[in-house]
Design a protein around this ligand. Structure first.
Ligand code: SER
Length: 314
């Protein structure tokens, strides 16, 4: 079988996606790479290479040497970190995408590149945001994701490149922690609930955002890549939806298991980012085109998170 390369394999999605792909296709088929040292979660599970996502020469050499025919490009700076360093956010998010798309055309590689709910902005309808709508992002992260989607669509139409994308909502997992995002509170709250029984949230209590349990996100990623190309009607990001909740609602759900949990609110600079994003997403196009369907709702996710995190934090 042709080999698969994961770029950004030590991030929140990359680690779990690498493990899922290795389980499905075999350990040696999936080459994990990141600019960082190998993450604990990956150690001993298969090949690992240190690779700068912006280094076109090194990426090309690796692709040729290993005969790689699929790339999952996950390296990126997220929304909150991106606002602190907008130039780096543009350079990393767009530079890595551009070089991988060019390589994809040269070497006939199938590519996955994630987009995000961050493409949407204040002028977008907030509830049940449609697949096609007004898209005017206000964060540098959102701008790179929207520009990236258009670039993917361009490379598909112009060069026939098979590149596929989804707009992930906030992702929640007990195995890997997020870094630098606005939706990170929905993971932090579980850690703090177990460790301290209290959580001070950086978003206000009624801030609704679209979220998803990681297992659903990984399944969506593999499913869209395995779908026949004729079912993939766009190379722009497909809307994906699973759960929509506010900090107050997730706290209430956790309180069903940890009765003593208290939550306070101290909104910071991330509130403005959250306020510019949708509260819920209409994903009917992904459901229709390639059969997407989430499995985890708020109560099921909360249960799985608490059971596993309690064990992990022992
Ligand atoms: N989880 C991301 C963020 O908060 C959204 O794609 O930046």
């Amino acid at each position: 079988m042709d080999k698969i390369l994961i770029i950004g394999a030590c991030g929140q999605i990359g680690g779990e996606l690498t493990l899922a792909l290795r389980k499905k296709y075999g350990n040696d088929i999936v080459i994990a790479s990141d600019i960082r040292e190998e993450a604990e979660i990956l150690k001993g599970t298969g090949p690992y290479v240190v690779l700068d996502a912006n280094d076109a020469t090194a990426t090309r050499a690796l692709v040729k040497k290993e005969n790689i025919k699929t790339i999952y490009l996950l390296a990126a700076l997220l929304s909150a970190t991106g606002e602190k360093n907008p130039k780096l956010c543009w350079d990393l998010n767009m530079g890595s995408l551009r070089q991988v798309l060019d390589l994809g055309v040269e070497e006939k590689i199938k590519i996955f590149w994630p987009s995000s709910i961050a493409v949407f902005g204040k002028t977008t309808p907030r509830d049940n945001t449609p697949q096609k709508t007004i898209i005017e992002p206000t964060t540098m992260y959102g701008i790179t994701k929207y520009a990236g989607e258009m670039l993917c669509e361009y490379y598909n139409k112009k060069f026939g490149l098979d590149v596929r994308s989804v707009r992930y909502p906030g992702l929640i997992s007990w195995k890997s922690e997020p870094g630098g995002g606005t939706t990170d509170y929905a993971v932090e709250i579980f850690y703090e609930a177990i460790k301290k029984g209290e959580y001070n949230c950086f978003l206000s209590e009624n801030t609704y955002l679209p979220m998803m349990y990681m297992d659903d996100a990984i399944r969506a990623t593999i499913d869209i890549m395995e779908a026949p190309r004729e079912n993939i009607k766009t190379s722009m990001g497909y809307n994906l939806s699973a759960i929509s909740f506010s900090p107050k609602e997730i706290a209430e759900e956790i309180k069903k298991h940890i009765l003593s949990l208290t939550i306070s609110y101290a909104p910071d600079h991330r509130q403005a980012i959250a306020d510019s994003w949708p509260a819920s997403i209409d994903d009917s196009t992904a459901r229709l085109d390639w059969g997407w369907k989430p499995e985890f709702d708020l109560s099921k996710m909360t249960e799985v998170m608490l059971v596993n995190l309690k064990e992990k934090l022992k």
